[in-house]
Design a protein around this ligand. Sequence first.
Ligand SMILES: Nc1ncnc2c1ncn2[C@@H]1O[C@H](COP(=O)(O)OP(=O)(O)OP(=O)(O)O)[C@@H](O)[C@H]1O
Length: 499
Amino acid sequence: MGTIKGTKPKKKQQASRVVYLLFHLFQSLISKTQKKTSFNHLVGDLLKHYLLTFKEAKVELVLPELTKLNSLENASSRSLFKIVHKILDDTIENKKEDVPDRVASVLKKLIQMTEQQISKQAEYFKKQKNIYKTREEKYQLKFKVLGSLVIGAAEENELIKNQLQLIKSEKKKIEDIKKLEDVELIRLRQEKNECNLEISKLKQEIEITRDTYETRYVQLEKHGIEVESELKNKITDLENLLTGSRKKVKELEKFTESKFLRWKKKERGYKNFMDFQSGSLKELRMGSESIKQEVLKTQQIYTEEINQFGMKIQGLVDAAQNYHTVLTENRKLYNEVQDLKGNIRVYCRIRPFLKGQNQKQTTIEYIGENGELIVTNPSKQIKESHRLFKFNKVFSPSATQEDVFVDTQPLIRSVLDGYNVCIFAYGQTGSGKTYTMTGPNVSSPEDWGVNYRALNDLFHLSQTRRSSFEYEIGVQMVEIYNEQVRDLLTSDTTQRRYP
Ligand SMILES: Nc1ncnc2c1ncn2[C@@H]1O[C@H](COP(=O)(O)OP(=O)(O)OP(=O)(O)O)[C@@H](O)[C@H]1O
């Protein structure tokens, strides 16, 4: 809020100046509110004048808006009115005695009215401006439409020009064709004249030909009468022939009737034959039908049997597959049994008496089932005369080669499963080692000893297992004599000894 400070005598002078100034200002405002810029200039000038007056009166003016007066020349009407309002408010609020309140309030009212008028006018101008703007937009749109119409018309014009060009070229073509047709017309007229000439010539020729044909017709008529009489004569001859031939036809008819009867008879015979044949054909068909049925049945049975056979084969395949697993299982168990029986087994075979030996001099007292053997020695005292020996098994003198082998066979067979087996015979000279291991007669399988039987059994077993295993068999024959090992199979006798 601005305030005016000064001495009392000057106050009256200042107040009258303010009233004068504001009155002058409203006069100008009412008359020149039409032009905003000129109004601003006017208000600016007046405020400058007002400020100068204060300066001259040497009155301190505390009004911040007025200090900015130089920049207010370009300010809006609203800000200028604001300043005027402030001056008036200041005057009324501070109750400056020299300024009549009524004048100030009237002036304030006047300002308000003027403001309203100005704002109304501004509103009106705004509306007008909007109307002009919309009109301008409309005109611009119309201008655009006209522009597009002009472009369209130009394109149409171009099209019409092209069409005209085409029509011209068409016209030229038609004119050319017309010229050609004129030439053709002249040619056709000439041809027509030539044709007329030809027709007259032909007419003359037809006249001549007609005359010649007329003379010819007369001649032919004459000839026809002659021919007719000749034909009449021929007809009478033919009638005579016809009566003759009719007689012959009757005779032939009789003959054919008798033949027809005979044919009928034959036909009946053939019919019977045919019926018989068709009956037998039917039977044959039925027979073939039943055979067909039988064949179908047999086929069905055959397919069923094949299916069953296939299933059985499948079962066999499964069994064969299982067989290998069972076989390995068996082998495992078998070898385990061999292990349980003991890795080292000792058998005792008692040789029978040889021919010429005294059979009462036996030392064998008792042969037990579980490998016990009691031997007597009559030369010793009673207490020491009997000695008990224990073996895995004791073979009596009556034991055959087969009996001995059967007990060692399982052990020998474990060779094929990768186990090492050693069988050796031990005993004094003539006790029967060679007999047991080789046999007395190699040519007789019954006499074969353990060696031959073992090899025979191993070969046989490897053959049965050939689908699953492949065995390689090698043979060595050595002799241990006087703690010296000798190769019995080598042909080089000097190299017989092993180092
Ligand atoms: N179990 C038996 N049954 C019948 N005859 C036998 C039996 N054992 C051995 N003999 C006979 O006893 C004799 C001696 O046997 P063998 O030659 O086998 O003894 P050996 O122990 O091999 O002797 P060596 O150590 O001197 O070679 C032979 O005539 C043989 O035929």
